[in-house]
Design a protein around this ligand. Structure first.
Ligand code: ADP
Length: 185
């Protein structure tokens, strides 16, 4: 990835289905910034307490401590002027205000990374993710492995009957599927 040098901020989006390694990739980028002694602040949506109330935790049990917020405007209040990298996990759960917040932080000269599901369980764009992907300088789309055939998987199959867009769960509730085996419910 070509990284902009100087005082310009920028936005990176890491997207894809569940189990595609978004959290692992986010944690990797955060760790590398910390090795470079950059000032980092890490946020996740408060709704996601699957493994830990505040830490970002991947399905492979990697974790990094963060702050849980539900109102995205709180991030603007909590970010220190000196912070160089702002990382946000589960971007799809935030309101559309996240687009403004992320662009404000980027315009202040910060590097901002948002990880999130690009599609919901019906295969439709999820919350603010499409707009975030359009305004970001860098977009990384990750794929998981289809649990039926082993091909690359772009979709998140819900395994329970609920029709709410947001049902927080892990492998007991969702699995990754390719386009051939994804069955929107
Ligand atoms: P995401 O944040 O996209 O949900 P994570 O980073 O939390 O993904 O987890 C990725 C890890 O999940 C993989 O490295 C692997 O260990 C595990 N995993 C479990 N099921 C799958 C799958 N179907 N495809 C790929 N990885 C999977």
């Amino acid at each position: 990835m070509q990284i902009i040098n100087g005082k310009t901020g920028w936005v990176e989006v890491i997207c894809g289905p569940m189990f595609s390694g978004k959290s692992e990739e986010l944690i990797k980028r955060i760790r590398r910034a910390q090795i470079a002694r950059r000032r980092v602040q890490i946020f996740k949506h408060g709704i996601d307490a699957r493994y830990d109330a505040t830490s970002i935790v991947s399905h492979s049990q990697q974790s990094i401590p963060g702050i849980a917020v539900t109102d995205v405007k709180d991030i603007l209040e909590l970010v220190d002027d000196r912070t160089e990298l702002v990382a946000i996990d589960e971007g799809q759960f935030f309101s559309d205000e996240i687009i403004d917040v992320v662009n404000k932080l980027g315009n202040q000269g910060k590097r901002v990374i948002v990880a999130g599901l690009d599609l919901d369980y019906k295969g439709n764009p999820f919350g603010p993710m499409p707009q975030l992907m359009c305004t970001a300088e860098y977009v990384s789309k990750q794929l998981a492995i289809c649990m039926i055939c082993g091909d690359p998987a772009n979709f998140t199959q819900r395994l329970t009957p609920s029709t709410d867009q947001i049902v927080v769960g892990a492998s007991e509730t969702y699995e990754a599927r390719c386009r051939r085996h994804f069955e929107p419910t």
